[in-house]
Design a protein around this ligand. Structure first.
Ligand SMILES: N[C@@H](CCC(=O)N[C@@H](CS)C(=O)NCC(=O)O)C(=O)O
Length: 201
């Protein structure tokens, strides 16, 4: 199985999931400007959508969309507890988190990096993100992880996107409990491994 990634982007989430699950995998970097992989392949032939993450399975099929990829990885190793059992109420809770992180945090944050975005639009996006993070603080409460006592793939995804705030010009220090959450997840040995492998620490 091979994960196509770019260091520090949203592909860090499935990268963490693969390591937490203890699955054997390879990684190959993608240049998102030229759409070439590190070995020189045309990435648009691998994922016609042209974005990462993409997970090439051992049967040659390519799975795309981070929320689906991390659930696929978790389901390969149910004993890892990275996702609650399919069909359980907790599994829908996990999907609710993945959807929230994807559409309410990841995408607005990504749009702030678009140089074509006007200053007014950037300010409006940042205000919306601040509201979402305020809500998140209340929702997370005193819990260690999003679903309670157990680390899931949603935590790997939230850790990933919370890491972008500095680059976007606002500090997570406004939300100390999220800063503490990020430090907690970032200290996990498998997360450290993923960050090292991507050259981020
Ligand atoms: N809907 C996709 C979005 C993935 C995405 O936003 N990828 C970004 C990096 S974080 C990317 O590859 N951008 C380059 C591009 O769109 O050309 C998912 O959730 O997996």
């Amino acid at each position: 199985m091979k994960l196509y990634y770019k260091a520090g982007t949203c592909s860090l989430s499935p990268h963490i999931a693969l390591r937490e699950a203890g699955i054997e995998f390879e990684i190959e970097a993608v240049d998102l400007q030229t759409k070439r992989t590190a070995s020189g392949a045309d990435f648009t032939q691998i994922n016609a959508k042209g974005y990462i993450p993409a997970l090439k399975l051992d049967n040659g099929k390519v799975l795309t969309e981070g929320a689906a990829i991390v659930q696929y990885i978790a389901d390969l190793k149910p004993e890892s507890g990275l996702a609650p059992a399919n069909g359980s109420e907790a599994r829908y809770e996990l999907q609710s988190w993945l959807s929230f992180i994807s559409s309410e945090l990841h995408k607005p944050m990504g749009s702030m990096l678009n140089p074509a975005q006007s200053q007014d639009w950037k300010a409006a996006t940042q205000a919306l993100l601040s509201k979402r993070l305020d809500w998140l603080v209340g929702e997370l409460g005193e819990r260690e992880f999003l679903l309670g006592d157990c680390f899931t793939v949603a935590d790997g995804y939230l850790f990933t996107v919370l890491g972008w705030t500095d680059r976007l010009g606002f500090s997570l220090s406004t939300w100390p409990s999220l800063q503490a959450y990020r430090a907690r997840i970032g200290a996990r040995p498998k997360v450290v491994e993923a960050l090292k492998a991507e050259g981020l620490i």
